[in-house]
Unconditional design. Structure first.
Length: 293
């Protein structure tokens, strides 16, 4: 097959939860012949009414296409569902949420069975699938040949970003970005809690908070540059010593507002520890090293 002939290549999709169903509809809308399978047949039957072919078994779905995509509950489900399938010659794309170690082990498992393997980390929610302007994408890692050959089909539901031949990298990038997201959510929750009992309209406050977070997000580039160079004082505008000295004000304000400090204290403690072992002239990058065990 040439890349052009693969543009509308058949796709087999196993797993029709909310994300799997959204993926299925995007491939159908783009004209890809689609075979689907789900442990609960009703979901496959609903998509069959929209033009998909419902396979009677997971092995049958795998046999129907060269590109096999799985979007299941967990890594154990992937192994169980594909146990009786012939994967030889297939491009197996695993969009199931796993750890990097599980992805690497699953890649070796697939290669032993004759498949080229790609692991995927989905950076989107179902309503973003099939909507290019929504900005969703999937991290892919593993077989570069498989990714290049299947890029057109994989790019149909959402964007496709290849992050390396190490099969664990997609899961690693996925969890790293989502971990940063939860940290941001924690900070936003604390901010809203501080103003919650005051005569402050949260809807009016939100744009100020969003703009501030967006401005502060640019600091990740400086952190990355410092981690690469090893010079944690490079370009520092707010030295660690000054920031640590200011933390009692944040804690006192929370106390006065009747707000728990449990979201702030762990990070403030890391800042204090870094000040004891590092330089007060550096920024916050040294906290990264304290997290390594």
């Amino acid at each position: 097959m040439t890349q052009n002939s693969a543009d509308k290549s058949p796709v087999s999709l196993l797993g029709l939860g909310s994300m799997g169903t959204a993926l299925a509809r995007a491939w159908l809308a783009a004209g890809h012949p689609l075979t689907v399978w789900n442990r609960t047949p009703g979901r496959a039957e609903a998509l069959a009414a929209e033009g998909a072919k419902a396979a009677e078994s997971a092995a049958g779905a795998v046999a129907a296409s060269g590109l096999v995509v799985v979007c299941l509950l967990d890594d154990d489900s992937v192994g169980a569902v594909l146990a009786d399938a012939d994967l030889a010659g297939k491009d197996l794309v695993n969009l199931t949420t796993t750890t990097p170690a599980q992805a690497r082990a699953r890649a070796a498992w697939a290669e032993e069975r004759g498949a080229r393997y790609l692991d995927g980390g989905i950076m989107a929610v179902p309503p973003m699938v099939g909507v290019p302007e929504a900005g969703g994408y999937v991290f892919y890692s593993g077989s570069r040949e498989s990714f290049e050959f299947r890029r057109a089909a994989l790019s149909v539901p959402v964007g496709a970003k290849y992050v390396g031949e190490d099969a664990g990298f997609a899961a690693l990038y996925d969890v790293a970005l989502l971990s940063a997201m939860y940290g941001m959510f924690a900070g936003a929750a604390h901010a809203f809690a501080l103003v919650r009992r005051e005569d402050v309209d949260p809807v009016a406050f939100a744009p100020l908070l969003a703009d501030w977070l967006a401005a502060m997000a640019r600091s990740v580039h400086g952190t990355a540059a410092q981690l690469r160079s090893g010079d944690y004082t490079e370009g520092v505008a707010s030295p660690l010593a000054m920031q640590v000295a200011g933390t009692p004000t944040f804690l006192a304000t929370a106390e006065q507002q009747g707000v728990s400090t449990e979201l702030l204290l762990p990070y403030f403690e890391l800042m204090r520890r870094r000040l004891e072992t590092g330089s007060g002239e550096e920024g916050l990058t040294g906290v990264v090293d304290l997290l390594l065990r």
